[in-house]
Write a new protein. Structure first.
Length: 486
């Protein structure tokens, strides 16, 4: 039986017990938060080379031209950016992953190639996660802009089925609003005098970029002005070109400053962790981009073209674009084989029968392309021509495709052509170009089916193709915009 003293203040007894429990819980939480803070500081801090504590860190600090030190800083910056958008309940998991990666990195010891690979892999993983979390989600205004863009193209088709897309882009183009200052390297011999069309505030912001001259002089970008976000202040468009690839950035201006944008110029060649930049690789391609305003918003209309199709993404500047409004225009073609009687062809003598045979093969191939999705020639594994009995396994691939590809041209389709009961393998090549004056730039290549991939001129023929295109379908919707759009 409990004493009178024990029951005197039962409520206070419960309250005090609860208070002690809460105190213990708060203490545990403080310890946990402190542990997370310490872990995050360790995981998200660049290496202090004055305190390098193991072989891997000493190797990083001693790398030539500080290459691995820069990689460590870039990884640190990417990690910090990830933490800014990461939900609180996921941070402990990411910290644990980072600590695990640090142990994996340290196993590289003094192998610089291994360390470089570890940093590259980790940064790609972190950037991918950060981009997914911070990606811009197109809203109703964007969808209305897409619908308006599509309607304009469909209206243009009533009078022109060849260039309705190009005419629509021209209608919404902001080319007349853009002021280009040309290329600047921020070298001592650059003419640094304010152009008349640039305000004093804009020039002050632009001049502040001299701080990053060491990075800028490696790319000497083209600089232009355009208000991309509708705040009444023109922003700076940065465009650079190297190794057949274009790199673009948009620097948001606030008065006389762009803020801390040094990383943009550091990462012009490694764009995956810079949200201000997008790029495209134009090594044998049909791609371009235009600044447009549709439904009151500014977009970078990026066009990616190939034989039979043009797709245009409306990219929102100053955003991470993963899923974006996309418009797709599909084309049919009327092509004619140009059979020049003055040119001696090793395989096909000039005569009306051969000309009809080639033309028929091209027409059937175009019909097939428009009715189904073709397997890229480089991936085709089915024989196009009969494989003779006894052909060694290693030689059978020459009967499945014309040849290995070459980057300046688009290999549209490989197909068989029968002449005099003998099977030949042909390839339709697109030159990644189409003009109002001449139409398509394309070729038909034909070789003997038994010729090796490194065949001689006597074993192949080539013919120019002429013709025009016409729109057969227009579609639109949201789609992933690809690596080039960031």
């Amino acid at each position: 039986m409990k004493s009178t003293h024990e029951l005197k203040h039962p409520v206070n007894v419960v309250h005090n017990s609860f208070g002690r429990s809460m105190f213990n819980l708060q203490l545990s939480l403080i310890k946990a938060l402190l542990l997370i803070f310490v872990s995050s500081t360790a995981c998200a801090s660049s290496i202090d080379c004055s305190k390098a504590k193991n072989v891997a860190e000493k190797t990083i600090c001693g790398s030539e031209h500080g290459y691995l030190v820069n990689e460590d800083k870039k990884l640190n910056r990417a990690f910090v950016k990830l933490l800014e958008v990461l939900p609180e309940d996921q941070k402990a998991i990411v910290f644990a992953e980072q600590k695990k990666w640090l142990r994996l990195r340290d196993k590289c010891q003094d192998d610089r190639s291994c360390l470089s690979e570890r940093y590259s892999e980790r940064r790609q993983a972190i950037v991918a996660k950060q981009r997914e979390l911070s990606a811009y989600k197109p809203d109703n205004t964007d969808l209305e802009a897409l619908a308006q863009f599509r309607m304009t193209i469909e209206q243009n088709m009533l009078n022109d089925k060849e260039f309705p897309l190009e005419n629509a882009i021209e209608k919404y183009s902001l080319a007349k609003e853009i002021f280009s200052m040309g290329h600047f390297c921020f070298n001592s011999d650059d003419l640094m005098e304010r152009p008349k069309k640039v305000t004093a505030e804009e020039w002050a912001a632009f001049s502040s970029l001299a701080t990053y001259s060491e990075s800028i002089k490696n790319s000497c970008p083209d600089f232009s002005w355009l208000d991309v976000d509708g705040d009444g202040q023109r922003d700076l468009l940065v465009r650079s070109y190297a190794s057949n690839a274009f790199f673009e950035a948009v620097l948001k201006r606030t008065g006389k400053t762009f803020g801390d944008v040094g990383h943009v110029f550091e990462d012009m060649w490694q764009i995956e962790d810079t949200e201000e930049i997008f790029s495209w690789d134009c090594k044998g391609c049909d791609e371009d981009a235009a600044w447009v305003r549709i439904n009151g918003r500014v977009y970078r209309a990026f066009r990616n073209g190939r034989f039979g199709i043009n797709e245009v993404f409306l990219l929102s500047p100053l955003r991470v674009n993963i899923e974006a409004p996309r418009l797709v225009v599909k084309y049919g073609y009327s092509l004619r084989v140009v059979f020049d009687s003055s040119v001696t062809q090793p395989l096909f003598a000039y005569n009306s029968q051969n000309k009809r045979t080639l033309q028929s093969a091209i027409t059937k191939t175009l019909e097939k392309l428009s009715s189904q999705s073709e397997t890229p020639p480089s991936q085709n594994s089915s024989p196009l021509c009969p494989i003779p009995k006894g052909t060694p396994k290693q030689e059978r691939s020459k009967y499945t495709r014309y040849a290995d590809g070459s980057y300046p041209f688009e290999a549209v389709a490989d197909f068989p052509i029968w002449i005099a009961k003998q099977c030949h393998i042909a390839r339709l090549l697109s030159m990644y170009a189409y003009s109002e004056k001449t139409g398509i730039f394309a070729q038909l290549l034909v070789r003997r089916s038994d010729a090796e991939f490194e065949f001689s001129d006597s074993e192949s023929d080539s013919f120019e193709l002429s013709g025009r295109r016409y729109v057969v379908d227009v579609d639109s919707g949201l789609a992933r915009s690809g690596r080039w759009a960031q």
